[in-house]
Design a protein around this ligand. Structure first.
Ligand SMILES: [Zn+2]
Length: 511
């Protein structure tokens, strides 16, 4: 076979996140992930007063990379947004790409998929069922600036037909779903998706085959979460291959504390129990809405301590969409029973024997002014859940566990007299990385809200990584999603004799 394989990194090298890898073989082109680099974004922009308003600002800042084929041709342009006549409507300006290409998304963290909304709507973007449902929920309850409107199609208006089902029509881009272990063809590439464990469901690693070459891509993964058996099966599969390239993440290199998810659960439970024993009324947990396993763990805590469970609108809608879709059977962790279904209770009872259902459920909703907020309220009422304003926590009953996505501004909220904050976000994976934790801490301290950080990494630990590379032994190892790519060379080359290629942004590696 005469075709060569070209790999050009446009993000996700020497940094954590922003993964964007162009792979070319013959006339076929695919991107592995199309993520936003929070670090680059933060270098030029800030929320809420200094957010980018045009695509060209992002291109100028390098947040959207200037992408070329290996032989230097520009083959597509990013979409731009303009305010239409009358100043109310928004118009997306897009051009069809000059050459066909596709994107394969490993998982729905913004540092892997965030920049995909800038692509022309004719570009196929392959992702998992969960990723598609999440993007739909995310852009239904959006908190972003002007540019997040690029995500939305003009075919369907958000919330118009109610929120009872995820309405995929609201998304402008062509998101297509692949399934675990079901290979699919993208131009001349065969893509094999393998589910892995990460701090978000629907996370995948891939094996790609084209022109006689085999490439492995780890995505983000860990060997220590609820779905670790999936990661193990992927590593087994990889070790049976002679991979020409293995692109593998190294997020946890350097000094990192790796804890088990189960430790997160028990330390939160212990802290909340003692706080409530001292007269505490509310325990507010800050987590990422996509960390579904963590939401499940908090649900377990609420059951065992017989608490009320209140969810922010983002967490509520995503949880509801999982329960209302085919994912209900596939998600391993038991989720808050927003729908009455005996099988949900059975699973919770199996995992947490002796625990009963939580005392009551509630949803935090913003002001009525928007259609989406009205629809959220309607949905919550239909499900017989309590509805409370997200501005006023003092109306939430005592002994409640409140789950929030991201770090809200605290000074304009009303709290109960005795609340506690537990920060349980994972690293580098959502837009909370854009905001400064410092200000959040200062506000909490000013208001007299005690804080606690409880965290478990979404990424592979260093010892697990050593074991994985020892098994896979690719011909060429390419470190990605790490601040310490040199470690790969100085360790894996020396200890295992694996050839390590240190990737550089925009520089093509040819095979
Ligand atoms: Zn991730």
């Amino acid at each position: 076979l005469s075709s060569r394989l070209f790999l050009t990194p446009y993000g996700g090298v020497n940094s954590i996140g922003g993964n964007t890898f162009l792979i070319e073989c013959g006339s076929s082109k695919i991107f592995l992930d199309f993520g936003l680099d929070f670090g680059k974004h933060r270098s030029y922009f800030d929320f809420p007063l200094n957010i980018p308003k045009t695509t060209s600002a992002l291109v100028m800042a390098g947040v959207l990379p200037r992408i070329c084929s290996h032989d230097g041709r520009r083959f597509f342009e990013y979409c731009e947004i303009e305010r239409g006549e009358g100043g109310r409507e928004w118009k997306v300006i897009e051009k069809p790409p000059e050459e066909n290409f596709s994107v394969i998304v490993s998982h729905a963290h913004m540092d892997h998929v965030g920049n995909s909304i800038f692509l022309p709507s004719s570009v196929p973007i392959w992702l998992s069922t969960f990723s598609k449902i999440y993007l739909t929920a995310r852009y239904t309850v959006k908190r972003g600036g002007t540019l997040s409107r690029l995500a939305l199609s003009n075919k369907a208006k958000v919330g118009e037909s109610g929120l009872e089902k995820p309405n995929f029509e609201i998304l402008r881009n062509d998101y297509r779903v692949f399934r675990n272990l079901a290979p699919f063809k993208v131009q001349d590439f065969i893509v094999e998706p393998y589910a892995v464990d990460h701090s978000i469901p629907g996370a995948f690693g891939f094996i790609l085959r084209a022109g006689g070459f085999t490439v492995g891509y780890s995505g983000d993964f860990r060997m220590h979460g609820v779905a670790k058996d999936f990661s193990k099966a992927f590593v087994e599969k990889l070790s049976g291959e002679r991979l020409d390239y293995f692109l593998c993440e190294g997020t946890n290199l350097g000094l990192n504390q790796v804890r088990e998810e189960s430790e997160v659960e028990s330390s939160v439970e212990h802290a909340i129990k003692r706080f409530f024993d001292c007269g505490g009324e509310h325990a507010i947990v800050i987590l990422s809405q996509t960390n579904v396993d963590r939401v499940s763990k908090m649900y377990g805590v609420a059951r065992r301590l017989n608490l009320n469970l209140y969810l922010s609108d983002e967490i509520f809608l995503l949880t509801y969409y999982i329960l209302a879709s085919e994912l209900r059977e596939r998600i391993i962790s038991p989720l808050p029973a927003l729908l009455k279904d005996p099988s949900l209770e059975k699973r919770a009872e199996e995992l947490w024997p002796g625990s009963g259902e939580v005392k009551s459920y509630g949803v935090l909703v913003g002001k009525d002014r928007t259609l989406v907020n009205k629809r959220l309220k309607e949905l919550a009422e239909k499900l017989s859940l309590n509805c409370v304003s997200e501005e006023d926590f003092s109306r939430i009953p005592s002994r409640s566990l409140i789950l929030l996505h991201g770090q809200p501004s605290l000074l304009d909220k009303r709290f109960s007299k005795n609340s506690m904050l537990i920060v349980s976000t994972s690293e580098h994976e959502d837009e909370e990385a854009l905001y400064e934790l410092d200000r959040f801490i200062n506000q909490a301290m000013l208001l007299g809200v005690p804080m606690l950080r409880v965290h478990s990494s979404g990424h592979v630990s260093v010892v697990d990584l050593i074991e994985v590379i020892g098994k896979v032994r690719p011909k060429n190892l390419i470190p990605i999603h790490t601040l310490y790519q040199n470690f790969f060379k100085s360790y894996f080359e020396r200890v295992y004799g694996v050839n390590v290629i240190l990737p550089k942004e925009g520089q093509t590696i040819a095979l």
